[in-house]
Design a protein around this ligand. Structure first.
Ligand code: UT7
Length: 343
């Protein structure tokens, strides 16, 4: 039982300016704008400049989130960075971010649950605040997936993009802010999405590079089937845990892997698509950054206002999934700007 609640008091994002359209992809691999749009709903994605790493996008998002919350970096007690594309295997990208921000008091570590990393990080950050171990926590999702994308593989290269987003968590009354979490994993599906080489199982070498094993591999069809089952199940579990029903939810913020997956999940839940926030068309799948970037834009567009019941849900490699229910408090400047009236 939580002794106090926590809420999102600030939010920020770091989006690379370079847009890569489907038309440009047609010149890179044997694909078409029509195939990509009908199978995924994606129209374009962002690609980081060659010198930009995950920590750079993370710091951009962090600076905006701190300003939005009106919090100074040295007030942070904990920094959690969710990423599948860290600057290096170690040290943690969170430590690089901590140093660059000057967050001297903060502990820092990376959460590795692929596309669910930010959701896992937020659950940990909430627990730290609810238990009294922390007052102010920053959770970031940041990815430069373009570095692990095989640009000669049409089955995966059209899907992914680069982005980051950060949230600041602060204490609030129970019954507001985060109401419930549901986290899950099924390691039996580990081989469905993997980056085979570069770790201790298959250290990097000429052979692994020649076999293109340093790039992301995915069994798209099986992951699709998993996602269509996992999203409704996770949403139902988290809503039930919060003592509410699916019909009470004002805005669903799902992982933006494929618009068809979101449509199939909405149909299974018998909920209209208008209640699901979608921005996959402009970013593609940005893994751990996907849900917080979508959350940012849902607030910016007034789809989430103070008092809204929001449910986010992520899924990805592992296999992993993570969902959270939030009674939006509108504590951030961004939320106050856009959410002057209750829904
Ligand atoms: O965050 C990680 C989670 N990842 C996901 O959520 C991904 C889940 N999976 C998916 O979203 C879909 O399975 C994909 C978008 C990856 C693929 O869509 P699909 O409708 O399942 O297509 P498919 O894999 O069944 O392929 C259908 C056809 C194949 O050709 P044949 O064998 O029917 O002749 C593919 O070779 O489409 C072909 N294809 C393409 N054609 C044009 C695959 N990729 C492309 C492409 N352009 N980019």
């Amino acid at each position: 039982m939580a002794v106090r609640g926590s809420t999102i008091a600030g939010i920020g994002r770091g989006i690379p300016p370079r847009v890569l359209t489907n038309k440009e992809m047609e010149r890179m691999v044997d694909t078409s704008d029509e195939w990509i749009q009908t199978r995924t709903g994606i129209r374009e994605r962002r690609i980081a400049a060659p010198e930009v790493a995950a920590s750079d996008l993370a710091c951009e998002a962090a600076a905006e989130a701190l300003a939005d919350a009106g919090v100074l970096a040295d007030e942070l007690d904990l920094i959690v960075v969710g990423t599948a594309t860290p600057d290096m295997l170690f040290p943690a990208t969170a430590c690089l971010v901590q140093d660059r921000l000057g967050a001297r008091r903060a502990g820092a570590f990376d959460a590795s649950a692929a596309c669910s990393s930010w959701a896992y990080g937020v659950a940990v950050g909430h627990a730290a605040i609810a238990s009294g171990r922390a007052e102010t926590v920053m959770v970031i999702g940041t990815e430069v997936l373009s570095r692990i994308t095989d640009w000669s593989d049409r089955a995966t290269s059209v899907l992914f993009g680069d982005a980051a987003a950060a949230v600041i968590l602060r204490p609030c009354q129970t019954g507001e802010g985060f109401l419930a979490f549901h986290l899950g994993a099924d390691g039996a599906g580990a081989s469905l999405i993997e980056l085979p080489a570069g770790g201790s199982r298959r250290p990097p070498g000429h052979e692994t590079v020649a076999a293109r094993m340093h790039y992301l591999k995915m069994n798209g069809r099986e992951v699709y089937k998993f996602a269509v089952r996992a999203i409704p199940r996770a949403i139902e579990r988290v809503v039930e845990e919060a003592g509410l029903t699916v019909a009470d939810v004002d805005c669903f913020v799902p992982h933006q892997a494929n618009v068809r997956i979101i449509e199939a999940a909405a149909e299974r839940l018998r909920q209209p698509m208008e209640r699901f926030f979608v921005n996959a068309d402009r970013y593609g799948n940005t893994s751990s950054a996907s849900v917080p970037v979508a959350l940012y834009e849902a607030v910016e567009q007034g789809r989430i206002r103070p008092g809204s019941l929001v449910v986010f849900v992520a899924f990805g490699a592992g296999l992993t999934w993570g969902a959270g229910a939030i009674r939006w408090t509108g504590d951030s400047a961004l939320a106050r700007r856009w959410g002057s009236s209750t829904p």
